[in-house]
Design a protein. Structure first.
Length: 148
C-alpha cells in the first residue's frame, strides 16, 4: 500500500509497466468532467472508474481485495478514510473470490485507517485488503485499475 500525492506519482512509475500511462491519464484528463462509471484508457489492462457518492461509516465498510488488478484510488473531492490490512492477515472471509468481478470481501477489521485528502491517492496491490469510501460527507474519486 502506498499513500502519496499526485505530484509525487513519478517516483512510483517504475513499479509496473502501465503505471506511467495511468499517471499520465490522471494528470492529463479533466477528471472533474468525467461522469461516474467506467472509462477506457487502454482496454481491459488499464481503465478508470469514477465514483461520486455519499460516504459510509467504518462499521459499514468491508475490506476487499482483488487478484487481477492493482488500484490507484485518487480522491478528487472530500476525504476518503480508507481501511487497510494485509490480505495474508485476513482471517474472516465474508465471500468467496468472485473471478467475474475480481473481488473478495472480508469481515476483518482494518489494521489501520488512512485519511486520504483530495489530490492524494492510495495504491493497493493484490496483497492489500482495503475498505474505501469511508467519509462523513460525499466522496468523488477515480479508481484506475491496472492489470497485474
Amino acid at each position: 500500500m502506498i499513500l502519496a500525492s499526485l505530484a509525487e506519482a513519478d517516483r512510483y512509475a517504475a513499479l509496473h509497466p502501465l503505471f506511467a500511462r495511468a499517471f499520465e491519464f490522471l494528470r492529463g484528463t479533466d477528471l472533474s468532467a468525467l461522469a461516474p462509471g467506467k472509462h477506457e484508457i487502454q482496454g481491459e489492462p488499464l481503465f478508470a472508474i469514477v465514483e461520486d457518492c455519499a460516504g459510509r461509516t467504518r462499521a459499514e465498510a468491508k475490506l476487499e481485495c482483488h487478484r487481477r488488478y492493482i488500484d490507484i484510488q485518487l480522491v478528487l473531492d472530500g476525504v476518503d478514510e480508507m481501511g487497510w490490512k494485509p490480505v495474508a492477515e485476513c482471517a474472516e472471509p465474508a465471500t468467496e473470490y468472485d473471478a467475474t468481478r475480481d473481488i473478495r470481501f472480508f469481515n476483518d477489521a482494518p489494521a489501520s485507517w488512512i485519511a486520504t485528502q483530495a489530490g492524494a491517492f492510495c495504491l493497493f496491490f493484490p496483497d492489500d485488503a482495503h475498505a474505501p469510501l469511508v467519509s462523513a460527507g460525499r466522496v468523488r474519486k477515480v479508481v484506475v485499475k491496472i492489470a497485474v
